[in-house]
Design a protein around this ligand. Structure first.
Ligand code: ADP
Length: 635
């Protein structure tokens, strides 16, 4: 059952290794004889990876590296798999640690290589002896030729959702990805999925302050017919809710659409917003049908502005893995081929129709794939392409290389460039989202039980606001940084409610933990009285519904030790602009005509979110529109 099952098995194997295996060496570190390289035996070695220490055991004869076992690591499942799957065999094959790191998991690769190196040095070899240059085999120049009904470029959430639908519609499918593993940013993401979900939301209550949020949205004057329909529907739904005497957390697709549109500054395409709001609940069921599971509580992701974010469990490693791996498994089990390490470079056009894709494998071999029915571009955004960021940016002072990104290095806008080259229209390219809450100092993507302070210890923004507002507010603070402050309502026994181990990050320079507010303030060097005033303000706002910054999303009273602080800053996260498509995900050219045979879905497209994307709407977008692209490419 091909590559994907082996990915899942590798993930599970790695987890079983993580649960309690210790390394055992049976050879002493004695001097090695003159004509031998090692003292035969098994040696332990360890080094730092991305997520923590990687421990290996290496078995050697007196002249050869025989076996490499990974005993323990904390790298992200899915993302780091290519390193663990490829590097040990490459080291053994070449009898050298001078093998290449793997793109997309460079830190894990380096940690693994260094751990093996350390073991080999304890076996008596010198670094020079085990680092002989690895001969690169010249790639074949023969063009790999393949054919399928539907060819999908990109194996993130959009690409895999498209693959599942195309397979279900009876098509043959090839998915290509330039990375060594599936998943793209969807695998790396916080993975909140926004959808109105009466069943789960009924389990939660709604506060007075939250009711005000709905009323505030209803007070916004409709600017067009579509918005008027959403507005009037929401008004009616809310009246019914109030008349019923209900106290549960209200939600509906109309409310979701209005928030998406208003918080996107009215520049999204209303037909797309309609599709997103109506189909997001079904996306939840679609993913559940493939094996995805959610934690029970519905939360508000940063920038979601309402508690409708569904959080996947971490059963398969990362949260994103729980979307993508079941989809990828389903697709491959049902006949799809996933070609990894294969970068698409050019769309093949025949008499105005897109009939395939050309590209090159990581090893340098050219490929050409013919698409009998359609090509779907699902290559994600351009957040990691500094040149494109600077070319299109109109709203941020700087977006050069000094601004980090939360994206994987593969988010270089390739699909936009390829589509542009065949005449596709690009829309909303200037809208680039920065998020202030990402990276090692962030515990959870959810906000209800946390607040933010600046370096002076003061709150400065309503934490439940839009990501662009939050980022702008942070950029005005000292050092353009913020501390996220949490207590036991977010982190219990060192773990967040969404399964992140925070305690193992203490000491990384971004995370602090204390038993009292006073101690925490000292640790992060902010005035105690200011931090205490911020805590009091949070609790007062929760009780009264009158927050000086206008925050309305709360959950529990703050103040149960232990307390945590996490340091973070704005980074480029999402690119709202991209290829313009019809509601069927057909790519439009600059004259407004459909380019036959060419489809696009996910972050590579524009027009769905407008000027600002709600937190939790990206996963809804990629699944909803990925499915539509898959269905229509087959038609
Ligand atoms: P989305 O959220 O829209 O699904 P993701 O970022 O999750 O987007 O996934 C996009 C995927 O597309 C990534 O796995 C990335 O490696 C892949 N990709 C990007 N450019 C290319 C390309 N030129 N050829 C093949 N795959 C690509």
């Amino acid at each position: 059952m091909k590559k994907l099952l082996s990915i899942v098995l590798a993930v599970l194997m790695i987890f079983s290794l993580m649960t309690g295996c210790t390394s055992k060496t049976d050879a002493p570190n004695e001097p090695v004889g003159e004509d031998t390289l090692f003292k035969a035996g098994k040696y332990a070695g360890e080094a730092q990876g991305f997520g923590g220490t990687i421990k290996v055991e290496v078995e050697v004869s007196d002249s050869e590296i025989l076996k490499i076992n990974v005993l323990e690591h904390k790298e992200s499942a899915g993302i780091s798999d290519p390193a663990f799957n490829k590097i040990p065999s490459q080291i053994i094959e070449n009898q050298s640690v001078a093998v290449d790191t793997i793109s997309g998991c460079t830190f894990s690769s380096k940690g693994l290589i260094d751990a093996v190196k350390a073991a080999l040095i304890s076996a008596g070899a010198t670094e020079e002896e085990i680092s002989k240059a690895v001969e690169k085999k010249a790639a074949s120049t023969e063009v790999i030729k393949k054919e399928a009904d539907v060819v999908i470029i990109g194996s993130g959430g959009a690409g895999m959702s498209a693959a599942v639908e195309a397979i279900d519609a009876g098509a043959s499918v090839i998915v290509i990805d330039k990375q060594s593993s599936v998943g793209g940013n969807t695998l790396l993401a916080g993975s909140a999925l926004n959808a109105a979900d009466p069943e789960r939301q009924k389990e939660q209550t709604m506060s007075e302050a939250e009711l005000k949020t709905i009323e505030k949205i209803l007070a916004v004057e409709p600017v067009n017919d579509a918005m008027k329909v959403w507005h009037d529907t929401l008004e009616k739904e809310l009246d019914e809710y109030k008349a019923s005497g209900a106290t549960y957390l209200f939600d509906s697709p109309s409310f979701h659409k209005l928030q998406t549109y208003i918080d996107g500054d009215f520049v999204a395409e209303t037909e797309k917003v309609d599709i997103l709001g109506d189909n997001a609940p079904e996306a939840i069921k679609f993913l559940e049908g493939l094996g995805a599971k959610w934690i029970d509580q519905i939360q508000a992701a940063v920038g979601a502005t309402w508690k409708r974010s569904h959080t996947p469990t971490t059963d398969l490693g990362t949260k994103g893995a729980s979307f993508v791996l079941p989809q990828a498994n389903y697709a491959t089990e049902n006949g799809a081929e996933i070609m990894l390490d294969s970068k698409a470079e050019e769309l093949i056009m025949t008499d105005g129709r897109c009939t395939g894709v050309k590209g090159t494998t990581t090893e340098g071999q050219p490929f050409e794939i013919t698409a009998k029915k359609g090509v779907i571009i699902a290559t994600g955004g351009f957040g990691a392409n500094v040149e494109m960021r600077q070319k299109y940016n109109k709203h941020w002072a700087v977006l050069d290389e000094s601004v980090d990104t939360t994206n994987g290095p593969f988010a270089t806008g390739d699909g936009i460039i390829m589509a542009d080259a065949v005449g596709a229209n690009l829309v909303g390219m200037e809208w680039i989202q920065l998020i202030p809450t990402y990276g090692p100092g962030v515990f959870t993507p959810y906000i209800e039980n946390q607040f933010y302070i600046n370096k002076e210890g003061n709150r400065f923004v309503h934490e439940d606001g839009r990501r662009d507002e939050l980022s702008k507010a942070v950029l005005e603070q000292t050092d353009a940084q913020l501390y996220i402050i949490s207590d036991a309502n977010t982190i219990k026994d060192g773990m967040t409610t969404t399964g992140t181990n925070v305690d193992e990050r203490i000491g990384n320079g971004y995370v602090w933990k204390a038993d009292t507010i006073e101690e925490l303030a000292k640790m992060i060097n902010v005035p105690v009285e200011n931090l205490q005033a911020s805590v009091d303000e949070f609790n007062n706002s929760l009780r009264t519904g009158n927050d000086p910054f206008g925050r309305t999303v709360f959950d529990k009273e703050f103040g149960t030790a232990p307390f945590y602080a996490g340091l973070t800053y704005p980074m480029v996260h999402h690119t709202m602009g991209g290829i313009q498509v019809t509601t069927k995900c057909e790519v439009l050219d600059t004259e407004g005509n459909v380019i036959p045979g060419l489809f696009a879905a996910g972050e590579v497209t524009g027009g769905i979110h407008g000027a600002n994307r709600l937190g939790g709407n990206a996963i809804a977008d990629v699944v909803v529109f990925g499915r539509i692209a898959g269905q229509n490419a087959v038609k």
